[in-house]
Design a protein around this ligand. Sequence first.
Ligand code: ZN
Length: 341
Amino acid sequence: MTSQPIVSFENATPPFWIGIDVGGTSIKLGLVDDQGSTLGFVSIPTEEPKGPADAMQRASSAAKALCVKAGVPLTRIERVGLGTPGSQDIPKGMLIAPPNHPHWHNFPIVRCLEEQIGINVSYANDANAAAFGEFWVGTGRVHSSMILLTLGTGVGGGIIINNHLVVGHNSFGGECGHIVIDPSPDARLCAWGGGRGHLEAYASATAVALRAREQLAAGAVSSLSGEANSVTAKRIYEAAMAGDAWSMKIIEETADYLAVGITTMVHMIDPGLVVLGGAMNFGGANSPVGRHFLDRILQSFRNRSFDYVEHGTTIEFASLGSDAGYLGAAGIARMEYQQKQ
Ligand SMILES: [Zn+2]
């Protein structure tokens, strides 16, 4: 499902783009117009073990069916955008070694999709695509620069500077979850690659659960005391909503870790806007716990930054949810099409 309103062909603004967001369990596809409005959306299973060629063939068929259903001739699609997890070689259009896609390693995914669909394809990292989606039509739409952090199983990221998406020399640009926030020799280990002290090892949903389990095992007093082996970030949110003080403390500690990373990134790039996306938002702006989480990040960032920098920096929740990926992939296709004209 998409949360975006569906516009009709008659009310849409040409030219048209298709955005494809490849995840671990599903592939989301959207037919998008030049304003970032969605004319059609479909989600198909990834079926990872069948490999990328099978997935791209099914994605191509699904994209063509979307166009038929929306009444948009395929010839009106100027470009397709594809986002996949890293690692990848963006200029070569290659998947390298995405950890959750073991059957998809070292595969020329862009060439494969182009052959299937017959339209030129732009390629991006999935988190970078999500950042570009928020930048184009979401929380960042009135900004020219921004940083997105996605808080989920891991911590993803994307950086846009003066309307330009940072891809990087090794297709590793914007991997904000892997900046170092703890230099100590016994700092926490990152799940991916075993880097020590990375932001992701403290502030992902996985890391929040791990930190919480350690504290519960050490005797922390909480309504979740019996869940030392099983507690999750979602349970911590639920307990905090019910007034559990220790759970709120875990959320505040998470906010402080994020604020350290955000301060480093803001002092390097000065984007003016930092957007928090991903499933772990502790209820987001509609929840008192989510608002407290965001306030704590802001306060903790202010304690570390300079007056004129903090006054000119907004930290806000993302607004597109899981639609950011396909919208951003379409937006990247649009940007690259315009650059080539
Ligand atoms: Zn890492």
